[in-house]
Design a protein around this ligand. Structure first.
Ligand code: PHE
Length: 470
């Protein structure tokens, strides 16, 4: 068989089509970051100021970095550090630049560990709504006749049960490992091609339903009123971190997926589709969740609990509430799985290519490591609540294991990985090689070069500095 991409090596897998690549990459981007982390971050960082700065970050920083990452991957046709090394070699630059991707691979592994914990919560709520549907039937709201306080108690109940949290985490991780072990076309691509369309169908149905039954006014005002005084260094750092988290950047995931892309895929265009779809889902998720939060009189800064606490209350009021609640959490599960698969794939691809072992073996090794860290994250809501691993650093004072990993990756590893990626693509790598890959021309191409060379690294460095020192 002819090699698919010019750099394709024997045994290297590729996506079976351009749309498979887009679905997998959108699947990686759209996930708990959109449905759960975005509303939580917006709520904790003052709403409108955060949201508008977030959109600014996606357009001016996220999108150019996304394109830089997928093009490195496609040129390299290998795991992320190896791809950077190939671009460096072909540009007569030091191969040591691959460290930018090594940091990313490690960050992906860390994120995977706590991401599967939240994935486990989703599984729990699927169970809650499925059993409710089974018991009370279709008609009426969810949890018919139950006191709202019982429903509010669901999440603290789950969080207080350390062994249940660990078990759910392991279950979610095991499903992720199953698909990654099967490989690019029969595992990762399969998940994306079947689950992402289903996700979008359910998402649209629920959003439209919500638009007719909920009150958007307060949510729109909250999310889009820009109060300049609220835009502090910390809020800006949170917004950049969220943009990177949501677009799966700075952690080698998009490089890894780019490596399976064929030569005839226009990467500039594809990056635009990925970023557009991801941002749309995040904003719509915010518009779906905040009306409910306001209506139920819940605090907007409830953080991680926002989605899990406020939505079940809303489903109690809704006609067909059990069914909608079930559909909602199944949909979030699909989105989360297509993301966790990409988080596991980045370190797994590195492991099996580096140590020349079989893919399933590498999957098990990486998965086992993530299981251990994940257990510590799961226990940070109960048995280990007082364990502050980096408590001696002010940014992480009184921050539990889970939040430490989340903050460390989104606020530190991702921006640093992105700064290095921009410097590498904008200044170090051979410009002709890069232009051969990026699929841009004319003014757009010039704009992208300026963004990657100047705007992104400078803005990122300033935000990182301000966020860390303020
Ligand atoms: N982008 C994913 C989400 O929003 C999370 C993720 C981060 C996936 C980094 C891969 C890499 O849920």
């Amino acid at each position: 068989m002819a090699a698919v991409g010019s750099g394709a090596r024997a045994g290297h897998e590729n996506w079976s089509s351009r749309s498979a690549f887009i679905l997998a990459a959108v699947g990686s981007a759209v996930g708990l970051g959109n449905m759960w982390r975005f509303p939580a971050e917006a709520g904790e960082n003052g709403g409108g100021a955060f949201v508008l700065f977030y959109i600014f970050c996606v357009l001016l920083i996220g999108l150019p970095v996304l394109l830089s990452e997928v093009l490195i991957g496609r040129h390299g046709q290998a795991n992320a550090p190896e791809s950077v090394r190939k671009v460096a070699r072909d540009s007569n630059a030091p191969e040591g630049w691959s460290v930018l991707a090594s940091i990313g691979v490690f960050a992906a592994f860390l994120i995977l560990s706590f991401y599967c914990v939240v994935g486990g919560w989703v599984v729990y709520y699927i169970g809650v709504f499925a059993s409710d549907l089974f018991q009370t039937g279709l008609a009426g709201g969810a949890f018919e006749g139950r006191n709202p306080d019982d429903i509010k108690a669901l999440m603290p109940g789950l969080f207080g049960d350390g062994s249940l949290m660990v078990a759910l985490n392991l279950g979610f991780l095991a499903v992720t490992m199953f698909f990654v072990a099967r490989g690019v076309s029969s595992g990762i691509e399969w998940v994306a091609v079947y689950l992402m369309p289903l996700f979008f169908i359910i998402f649209l149905a629920i959003t439209i339903y919500g638009a007719f039954t909920g009150n958007f006014g307060d949510a729109v005002a909250y999310l889009f009123t820009f109060d300049f005084s609220k835009l502090t260094g910390e809020v800006m750092l949170a917004a950049v971190g969220q943009a990177f988290f949501s677009l799966s950047l700075g952690v080698a995931g998009m490089m890894t997926y780019g490596a399976y892309a064929n030569r005839d895929t226009n990467l500039g265009e594809t990056s635009g589709i990925i970023a557009g779809a991801d941002t749309m889902v995040a904003l719509l998720a915010g518009l779906a969740i905040f009306p409910i939060v306001f209506a139920a009189g819940l605090a907007t800064n409830a953080g991680p609990g926002l989605m899990f606490e406020s939505l079940p209350l809303a489903f109690q009021q809704m006609p067909f509430g059990s069914l909608i609640g079930l559909a909602f959490f199944v949909m979030v599960f699909f989105a989360a799985l297509t993301s966790s698969v990409s988080l596991l794939e980045a370190p797994t691809a590195w492991t099996f290519e580096k140590f020349k072992i079989a893919r399933p073996v590498a999957t098990i090794i990486v998965g086992a490591g993530a299981a251990v860290l994940g257990a510590l994250s799961a226990l940070s809501f109960n048995d280990l609540a007082e364990f502050y691993p980096l408590g001696f650093i002010p940014l992480f004072a009184e921050t539990n294991f889970f939040d430490t990993l989340d903050g460390l990756t989104a606020k530190l590893f991702m921006p640093i990985g992105a700064i290095l990626t921009c410097i590498f693509v904008g200044w170090i790598a051979d410009a002709r090689l890069i232009d051969n890959e990026n699929g841009l021309d004319g003014a757009l191409h010039k704009l992208w070069r300026v963004l990657v060379r100047f705007v992104c690294p400078i803005v990122l460095a300033v935000i990182l500095f301000v966020g860390l020192t303020s």
